[in-house]
Design a protein around this ligand. Structure first.
Ligand code: DAK
Length: 258
């Protein structure tokens, strides 16, 4: 299926979703976000997909929600249109790993979209920011919550209140991204990382994702209980048998996701 705002590619079990709206720096409008929702839902449905990479172009991941579209909207319009909702729900319901590969600008809703992914790898040119304050508004899809969890109150508060951008080095230092790679190698590198994850037991992958995400939602003792139960249940799988046998036999495991 052809999409207006996306290029889609498969690399073995990895689906690569590239935002492609270059004339507006990948600004996120309602149509683009509804395409993104459909693409993510399809990744969840398609059994051949085991990991997903969300990326933009070299210059921009996404410069935020479409300001020109929002310009004429008032309070009631923005409440009723809720144009991010389908994409947010699709991402929240995705049980497979979603990795953001960020080059250039990831601003406003673009930064928030990257932070909704399971982790972010960025290029040397990446710039993250929540500049909504310059438009007389504020972050609205998780920026004040997620950025604070990633980088701490002081930096998050400063970024939201001043609208300043954070470069790749600062983003890595602050824990916003897992690492930085050269711009020309970003896509290939992230696809390789996703490919490595796709080779693991999909049951382990799913439970790890759920368990790490749980740490955001609960206190430590509840999180530890959830992790322990997930760990125990993986002992009922063939993949656990295969993984441990392969280690003892000094060979690579071949997981069958059973
Ligand atoms: N929206 C629409 N068009 C945009 C855009 C955006 N966010 N960002 C860039 N563009 C367009 C520019 O208008 C320009 O179009 P033309 O004039 O050529 O037609 C083209 O892309 C190239 O941009 P520039 O000429 O500005 O390029 P530069 O390299 O000089 O500057 C820049 C790049 C990224 C620094 C600059 O474009 C910029 O500051 N962009 C805006 C960044 C920003 O403020 N982002 C936050 C947007 S507000 C919601 C929840 C959340 C949100 C919305 C709703 N609900 C719960 C419903 C989120 C809100 C936001 O993200």
């Amino acid at each position: 299926m052809a999409y207006k705002f996306f290029e889609v590619e498969n690399d073995n079990h990895v689906r690569i979703i590239q935002i492609n709206r270059p004339d507006a720096l990948n600004a996120l409008n309602a149509e683009l976000l509804s395409e993104l929702a459909a693409l993510i839902i399809e990744c969840q449905r398609d059994k051949s997909v085991r990991a997903v990479v969300l990326t933009g172009t070299e210059k921009v991941f996404a410069a935020g929600a479409d300001i020109k579209d929002m310009h004429d909207k008032g309070f009631v319009d923005i409440v009723e249109s809720d144009f991010f909702r389908p994409a947010i729900e699709a991402i929240e319901n995705l049980e497979k790993p979603l990795i953001a590969a960020v080059s250039g600008y990831a601003l406003g809703g673009g930064c928030e979209l990257a932070m909704m992914c399971d982790f972010i790898i960025c290029s040397e040119s990446a710039q993250f920011g929540q500049p909504e304050i310059n438009l007389g508004v504020m972050a609205g899809i998780g920026g004040t919550q997620r950025l604070t969890k990633f980088v701490g109150k002081s930096k998050s508060m400063e970024m939201h209140l001043t609208g300043r951008f954070m470069n790749a080095e600062e983003a890595e230092r602050s824990g916003l991204v897992s690492r930085i790679v050269p711009t020309s190698e970003l896509r290939q590198e992230v696809v390789e990382v996703a490919g490595k994850i796709a080779e693991k037991s999909s049951l382990s992958v799913r439970y790890i994702k759920e368990s790490v995400n749980r740490s955001y939602e609960t206190g430590l003792s509840e999180g530890l209980r959830f992790e322990r139960k997930s760990f125990h249940s993986l002992f009922g799988t063939d993949d656990k048998e295969e993984g441990m046998t392969a280690f003892i036999e000094k060979r690579k495991p071949h997981f069958r996701n059973q």
